[in-house]
Design a protein around this ligand. Sequence first.
Ligand SMILES: C[S@@+](CC[C@H](N)C(=O)[O-])C[C@H]1O[C@@H](n2cnc3c(N)ncnc32)[C@H](O)[C@@H]1O
Length: 269
Amino acid sequence: MIKKQWKKSVASQWHLFMPPLRPSLSELRIIEKKLIDGKKKNKEFKVAILGSTPEYRDLCRDYDINYKCIEYDRNNFIKLGKYMRRKDSETNLIVSDWRRMDFKDKFDIFLGDHVLAVISIKDYNNLFSNIRKHCFPNAKVILKTAIRENNKKLSYKTIFDLYRKKYYYLNPFAANWFNIVMAEYDFQNDSFSCKQSIKALNNAYKNGVCNYYEYNEITKRWKALGEFKMTIPNNKDLISKIKKYFKKVVLIHSKDWFTKQFPLIIFEK
Ligand SMILES: C[S@@+](CC[C@H](N)C(=O)[O-])C[C@H]1O[C@@H](n2cnc3c(N)ncnc32)[C@H](O)[C@@H]1O
């Protein structure tokens, strides 16, 4: 039995999350162009969404594109569907774990927002090999992913000083997500625990390094995620892993302030 960490409580509190943890308008524009282009060349163009991302589902509905969400939890598909502008149905769902994908359908494009963050590095080879099996020839894969260049951690003082100087107009969770995750990241096991981060932020708040607003905006989201573990893969290691299964691996950048740490990784079968 493969362990699931994405619980119903996360899906039903999805309104708490915002870009870079959800797709931004600029990222959606890049994906929209690929979808329009694909449908122009092939009327039967088929999209696979890894997970149940409402923004991607809406985009496919906008252009009347055939799509399936590959999702291991039917309830999450339904709960996340409530955040859509449009409506879809369970005919758009394939209930399957990305680490198994034992179904027959093939696709022209795979889309995934933070897919690589929610599974562990030891499952990456399996994931890439599974995606490949369900790709038509020359199919594309677009994964929005947090990546790290190195193992550099910033102190909480530096993180919040930087926030107050440069990013104060952004929500503290969105603005600090990357640095806060890196501050507690376990590089040996390539993993981050929300619970551990809450403890560290508690100390930072008690020591006057951040204020209650900053502390609360971040920790209330960690609490919604619960026991969640997250992964920020190393840039070079990730690209060499992808290259074992796919060609033409490129990093595309949106116009967002966070794009350096959250590129769109695009590759082809
Ligand atoms: C892709 S992730 C990240 C959030 C994403 N932006 C979304 O809205 O779907 C979240 C979704 O993926 C699903 N999910 C997480 N791990 C999965 C896995 N190993 N196999 C299939 N679905 C998974 C969750 O149930 C959840 O609905």
